[in-house]
Design a protein around this ligand. Structure first.
Ligand SMILES: Nc1ncnc2c1ncn2[C@@H]1O[C@H](COP(=O)(O)OP(=O)(O)O)[C@@H](O)[C@H]1O
Ligand SMILES: [Mg+2]
Length: 327
């Protein structure tokens, strides 16, 4: 499969702001948050890669780095073979509309003073796409496609006059109006009511096929990734601990963290409900992550060797990789 996105040794550290006393205590050594810690993967054209893991594992930061909404501390992102760090400002301006993002909170992404129609039209205005006279028809057309119907009626409404589910559709329409090749969907259903989640997922799937888009689908639970994704990468404290085709990962998970996350996936039959705790303890701080395998303090199988060195991603065959030295 032809690659659209290629991420190599991506690192993002955020400086930590300290108070005057903490600074005096720590001396010159400036602490950082290790949000993304040497991550490499690629996404094929037309593929959906799921990025799963608990909150704080670095998923959103990875998404922002790929879209160049953030500059990496080191490492590179290739988009269609082009290194985004080396792309000229003018060319980047042309590439921007081709790479879009949908965030989890539709209310945070929509201005209360803009009508639905204005919000969806805005990216066309910003990027100077289509003739001004053609924009309204294009917006109305897309609104119908994403289920904002009747479009002429909803076009004039303000965000507070439509439902939460409709707001999320507006955000999706606004991301799609520029006809992107690549979409980062950052927990797009996390804030939605249970009743609209399935509808939004279905919509994302239909739109992907219709517009032949490539997705990075970010989620904190593996159950949602199962529906839409071709491959899944599991992230823990800034690192990918396992990556593979969806079927392989669900049927033969290798990494103890993936296994723990899979235990959290709800089982429909109540008589078979598991009682064990999902993952013991809390995700440690990304300022001082544990040595060796980041997961070892919470891992039920941990041995002393696990705290010694970072385990490499080992090839399990068929494009399936896992970073556990005990495997
Ligand atoms: N702008 C920022 N400044 C400082 N720390 C940040 C910033 N953005 C994210 N972080 C930290 O980086 C880590 C990863 O965050 P994030 O990428 O949002 O994870 P996720 O999306 O998986 O929940 C967290 O510890 C978070 O607190
Ligand atoms: Mg996030």
């Amino acid at each position: 499969m032809e690659e659209l996105i290629h991420v190599e040794h991506l690192v993002k550290e955020f400086p930590v702001r300290l108070g005057i006393f903490e600074r005096a205590l720590k001396g010159d050594k400036k602490p950082v948050v290790h949000a993304v810690d040497d991550v490499s993967f690629s996404i094929g054209k037309g593929e959906v890669l799921g990025l799963a893991g608990e909150s704080g594992s670095g998923k959103s930061t990875t998404g922002r780095l790929i879209l160049r909404l953030l500059d990496p501390t080191s490492g590179s992102v290739l988009y269609g073979g082009k290194d985004l760090a080396k792309v000229h400002v003018k060319e980047m301006h042309l590439m921007r509309p081709k790479m879009q993002v949908v965030f989890q909170d539709p209310n945070g992404s929509l201005s209360p003073r803009m009508t639905v129609g204005e919000a969806i039209t805005q990216p066309l205005d910003i990027h100077g796409l289509l003739e001004p006279g053609e924009r309204k028809d294009a917006v109305l057309n897309l609104m119908e496609k994403v289920g904002l119907s009747p479009a002429p009626f909803l076009y004039q409404k303000y965000p507070h006059q439509v439902s939460g589910g409709q707001c999320q559709r507006v955000v999706i329409a606004r991301a799609l109006i520029t006809k992107p090749d690549f979409l980062v969907a950052d927990e797009p259903i996390a804030m939605a009511d249970v009743s609209v989640r399935a509808l939004i997922m279905e919509l994302l799937k239909d739109l992907k096929d219709e517009f032949s888009m490539t997705y990075l689908f970010i989620t904190h639970d593996l159950a949602t990734a199962k529906y839409l994704c071709d491959r899944i990468a599991v992230m823990y404290l800034g690192r990918i601990v396992e990556i593979g085709a969806k079927g392989d990962l669900f049927k033969h998970p290798h990494h103890p963290y993936t296994k723990a996350l899979l235990q959290a996936v709800p089982i429909p039959d109540p008589s078979k409900r598991r009682t064990s705790e999902v993952v013991r303890g809390e995700i440690p701080s990304a300022i001082n992550p544990p040595s060796g395998c980041h997961f070892h303090p919470r891992c039920p199988f941990a041995k002393p060797v696990c705290s010694e060195a970072r385990p490499p991603l080992k090839d399990m065959g068929g494009g399936h990789f896992s970073a556990c030295i005990l495997d």
